[in-house]
Design a protein around this ligand. Structure first.
Ligand SMILES: NC(=O)c1ccc[n+]([C@@H]2O[C@H](COP(=O)([O-])OP(=O)(O)OC[C@H]3O[C@@H](n4cnc5c(N)ncnc54)[C@H](OP(=O)(O)O)[C@@H]3O)[C@@H](O)[C@H]2O)c1
Length: 301
């Protein structure tokens, strides 16, 4: 059976039960009351945030800065981290920075060793640093792909693995920043989407495997967000602010939640992409250059 035939069959045979489930999800999302918290935020004293030099990571640092809290901010741009630490410290909070390149297991392990030397106590690890090659698969080298997977998947896994004893000792949290693209096709960024899907699978499995460990694992899956990463990329999809994503990260820590997709539109899109995979691909194919930020279509260079 060809793919087109498969898609047609799915369209024709869309089960009424699937439509009912989708409508129920829509209703629940529309009337959902805010999650009731377990209010752990005030107990978090030491929080490490990767990729804090700008965008979602910097917004998260600003949001989490508070009295009796120590923030340790990581990224490569130490000048930007230093400026952010000055801003946060001037408000009476405590922030310090660590210049670190997180593009390989070796470099991430080095950063983890420095963190362990600096602090014997960690309450939360926000694994936010990430990047995308923004390249078609056909035009990517294996070095491109390895680098992207290094920053987006292997580095957070290395940091988590190295710092797990400290999180187990504190009963702390590890919150990853994934992406809505873990749940949907993302042309021109297929390997980026795969790296984010890997994080989602990791978190979901660890939540069950380590239920008795006392460690909380969560992941926030933002849709398009206004940051330097999306600046200048045309798309008709509305972008949310970095602070809105930071707020979701804060909520994930506070309530010890599992998977958070910030924004009703993004939650509905996620449900649609999962419930109707063939139909969503059929719709996305003719619209992809309008919907996907920065995607100009397929061309082999
Ligand atoms: N913006 C969006 O639309 C969007 C949507 C979904 C998910 N996300 C995810 O959200 C997270 C933050 O993205 P953003 O939009 O805030 O991006 P951004 O503005 O480009 O910031 C990325 C951060 O990651 C750090 N980083 C990148 N490569 C690194 C490396 N090799 N080593 C250490 N740090 C590195 C950067 O710092 P330095 O350059 O100083 O090292 C920067 O602080 C990423 O995981 C991204 O995949 C973003």
């Amino acid at each position: 059976m060809t793919f087109e035939q498969e898609g047609t069959n799915v369209l024709q045979a869309s089960k009424p039960s699937t439509v009912v489930v989708f409508m129920l999800v829509v209703l629940v999302e529309l009337w959902r009351s805010p999650a009731t918290g377990v209010d752990t935020l005030d107990t978090l004293e030491t929080i490490i945030i990767t990729g804090a030099s700008r965008g979602i990571g910097a917004a998260t640092a600003r949001r989490l800065a508070g009295p009796n809290r120590r923030l340790i901010l990581l990224a490569r741009s130490e000048d930007k981290l230093a400026a952010l630490c000055d801003e946060i410290n001037a408000q009476g909070a405590t922030a310090e920075h660590l210049g670190a390149d997180l593009s390989s297991v070796e470099l991430a392990a080095e950063a983890a060793s420095t963190l362990v030397e600096r602090t014997e106590h960690v309450d939360a690890l926000v694994l936010n640093a990430g990047m995308s090659n923004d390249k078609l698969f056909d035009n990517s080298t294996m070095d491109d792909i390895e680098y992207e997977l290094g920053v987006n998947y292997m580095a957070p896994v290395t940091l988590l693995h190295s710092l797990m004893p400290l999180l187990e000792a504190s009963g702390g949290s590890a919150v990853f920043v994934g992406s809505l693209t873990a749940l949907m096709p993302f042309p021109s960024n297929a390997t980026y989407a795969a790296s984010k899907a890997a994080l989602l699978a990791l978190v979901r499995s660890l939540r069950v495997e380590m239920d008795e460990s006392g460690v909380h694992f969560g992941i926030v899956l933002p849709g398009a967000t206004e940051t330097e990463a999306t600046a200048g990329k045309s798309s008709i999809v509305p972008h949310m602010s970095a602070d809105k994503v930071a707020k979701a990260i804060e909520r994930c820590l506070d309530n010890r939640e599992g998977v958070i997709i910030p924004g009703l539109g993004n939650r509905l899109a996620a449900t649609f992409f999962q419930e109707f995979p063939e139909l969503s691909e059929k719709l996305l194919k003719p619209l992809k250059t309008k919907l996907i930020p920065g995607f100009d279509g397929y061309s082999k260079s």
